[in-house]
Design a binder for this molecule. Structure first.
Ligand code: SF4
Length: 72
């Protein structure tokens, strides 16, 4: 794990989407590699709260990612 990298990064769907080229890199750059404390996904994971794979770090839902996820 790199310094400042979120501990969930290796298993996070945001990594998967970014590597697949379907998610703007700003999300992982601004959250996973910098401000993971502010990530809603991170907070919900810590609290054991359900959140769909297609929920973005700011808590918004991305319907495009949802459709891609259902197809995988
Ligand atoms: S999206 Fe959030 S929970 Fe996932 S790796 Fe990035 S900072 Fe961590």
């Amino acid at each position: 794990m790199k310094p400042n990298e979120c501990k969930w990064y290796s298993v996070c769907p945001m990594k998967y989407y970014t590597e697949k080229g379907v998610l703007n890199k700003k999300w992982t750059e601004n959250y996973c590699h910098a401000g993971w404390e502010n990530c809603i996904r991170y907070r919900m994971e810590e609290n054991g709260e359900f959140h769909p794979d297609w929920m973005l770090p700011d808590g918004s839902i991305d319907e495009t990612l949802r459709k891609l996820s259902l197809g995988r």
